[in-house]
Design a protein around this ligand. Structure first.
Ligand code: C2E
Ligand code: MG
Ligand code: MG
Ligand code: MG
Length: 297
């Protein structure tokens, strides 16, 4: 009896593997189609300086306009794209799109906005990322000082020497490096010293309960203090309430983004948002910018 159970279990296991392999093959083909058919979009989530309420830029967040499933979030395709290697082409598309937008915004007079782009660790592993970025910058003519790359700590840990060399070259181009989701990985103080980092981003998991959980308060406060003592800017993500913004501002966090201010917006909605901000009086901007603004992408 045990034997036949074992055999059944094996059969289920094999069926499961076949199913997984099939899903993977289908997904890979769908992603290739999406790349060929221009089905990816970038949305833009505004970022603010907490002390003044000034709009400082945006984070670019990818979406997939799927032919049958609608607008897909990155969580439903980025992990697969990382495992098939297609993240390299997707990442190149994101960088090209971001740089051409920056150049366009610059021409339209949206001059001092910064655009933050997420870069997957896997993109760094492929040797030519630095050259590719250089080529994209040249092709687009955008100002590298307005580009930020958000990376997570995983890659820094796995290949520290290589990471340092690559980040150094990127920094020398004028691009700033941000550590995304700070505090969730293997955060090590040595990173802050060893890598040419400009900013750290407090993960939204610490922001969520920052007004009620003493632990999260301690973590957020410590991250801000850490950033300050290394001379880095600190930004918080996932800010949803005025109380969270106020707490973060009080402990010295420089910048914030989150649903309180705006959901990720289409390019045209983001430009509209920027225009509204421009025309608002300074006294309005000192409180909570964008609060109450219609937030449909
Ligand atoms: P992330 O870089 O940490 O991005 C923040 C995520 O939090 C975004 O989810 C954003 O929509 C969401 N968010 C923003 N404000 C709030 C808020 O107030 N409350 C809550 N609960 N969530 C908020 P999204 O767009 O689904 O992106 C998820 C992750 O996918 C990103 O995390 C990033 O790691 C990855 N990703 C996004 N775009 C790209 C890309 O172009 N390339 C790569 N490699 N990864 C990307
Ligand atoms: Mg990010
Ligand atoms: Mg993040
Ligand atoms: Mg995050």
């Amino acid at each position: 009896r045990a034997k036949s159970d074992g055999r059944n279990a094996y059969r289920f296991y094999a069926a499961d593997m076949t199913e997984k392999a099939r899903v993977r093959v289908e997904m890979e083909a769908a992603l290739r189609q999406a790349l060929d058919g221009d089905a990816f979009r970038l949305l833009f989530q505004p970022q603010f300086e907490l002390s003044t309420g000034r709009l400082i830029g945006a984070e670019a967040l990818i979406r997939w306009e799927h032919p049958t499933q609608g607008l897909l979030l990155p969580a439903s395709f980025i992990p697969m794209a990382e495992s098939t290697g297609q993240i390299e082409q997707i990442g190149t598309w994101v960088l090209e799109e971001a740089c051409s937008l920056l150049a366009r915004w610059e021409r339209a007079g949206m001059r001092d906005l910064v655009l933050a782009v997420n870069v997957s660790g896997r993109q760094f592993l492929k040797g030519d990322l630095v050259d590719r970025i250089q080529a994209i910058l040249q092709g687009s003519g955008c100002d590298p000082r307005r580009l930020e790359l958000e990376i997570t700590e995983g890659f820094l840990i796995r290949r520290p020497e290589r990471a340092r060399a690559m980040l150094q070259e990127i920094r020398e181009m004028g691009i700033r490096i941000v550590i995304d989701d700070f505090g969730t990985g293997y955060s090590s103080l040595s990173h802050l010293k060893a890598f040419p980092i400009s900013k750290i981003k407090i993960d939204l998991s610490f922001v969520r309960d920052v007004t009620s959980s003493p632990n999260d308060q301690a973590i957020a406060t410590a991250i801000v203090a850490l950033g300050r003592s290394f001379g880095l800017s600190v930004i918080a993500e996932g800010v949803e309430t005025p109380e969270q913004a106020e707490f973060l501002g009080r402990c010295g966090c420089d910048q914030a983004q989150g649903f309180l201010y705006s959901r990720p917006l289409s390019e045209s909605a983001f430009i509209g948002y920027w225009k509204t901000q421009q025309s608002q009086d300074a006294d309005v901007r000192t409180s909570h910018p964008g609060f109450g603004v219609e937030n449909t992408p």
